[in-house]
Design a binder for this molecule. Structure first.
Ligand code: SF4
Length: 227
């Protein structure tokens, strides 16, 4: 197991991984400037999560136990948060490390499940968030988790995600960047792209204006300059 790299005071919120991966400026505006604006995507996402974030809704169906809203932390990644759900099935290895739970005696294989409102995306934000949840569980319970699941509400289907070395390295790289950005407190500039069209902060961010070095350059380029 890797050694601790962060203290409790340095932990950042795990779900911020998806904001930082989607757009570092979005993360900066939300986390450092405390900006938040709902659009239909964030409202639908909040509704979906309100249904799955109830610890008392944990349930057992035969040999499969679903824990809800499981608290998580990793001192290697410097992250804390919750998993929407962790699915437990009887441990496949009879003597190896296994997940244990006070309410459900026995030895279990654990798999994190994250719920998303939309459908699978081209970028890795959802997969990285899921991988971070798995690493939190691995670190806490001394287990290895080879895969997780992303459930997408729009297609009502869950996708298996292989938590391979490449995804883990990408996650460590992103979390290091996030911690450095948090420490530096320096504003992160906007980079206008197709992502801005689905971003709930587009009206606060003003990405077309902020991609230029100065306001006068923006006005000139957009024929708004009025000497
Ligand atoms: S509007 Fe675009 S640049 Fe600004 S935070 Fe959103 S995605 Fe990032």
């Amino acid at each position: 197991m890797e050694t601790k790299r962060y203290t409790e005071d340095e932990l950042l919120f795990l779900s911020d991984i998806q904001h930082y991966t989607f757009c570092p400026r979005q993360w900066y505006l939300m986390c450092m400037e405390q900006m938040w604006e709902d659009n239909h995507l964030t409202v639908e996402g909040a509704l979906l999560h309100s249904k799955v974030h109830e610890p008392e809704q944990s349930e057992r169906r035969g040999d499969v136990i679903t824990l809800r809203s499981v608290p998580l932390a990793s001192y290697q990644l410097g992250l804390y948060g919750f998993s929407d759900a962790v699915e437990l099935v009887p441990a496949s290895d009879p003597i190896g490390p296994a997940f244990v739970h006070p309410q459900y005696p026995g030895r279990w294989d654990a798999t994190p499940v994250e719920y998303k409102r939309g459908k699978p995306k081209r970028h890795n934000a959802d997969r990285l968030q899921l991988c971070a949840q798995a690493i939190c569980l691995e670190e806490t319970y001394g287990i290895h988790i080879p895969r997780g699941y992303l459930f997408y509400g729009e297609i009502k289907h869950r996708e298996a995600v292989l938590l391979d070395e490449a995804l883990r390295l990408e996650l460590f790289d992103i979390t290091e960047q996030m911690h450095r950005a948090y420490e530096s407190k320096r504003p992160i500039a906007a980079v206008y792209s197709s992502k801005c069209r689905s971003c709930s902060l587009v009206n606060q961010c003003l990405p077309r204006a902020n991609q230029f070095g100065s306001a006068s350059e923006y006005l000139l380029r957009n024929n708004l300059f009025n000497p």
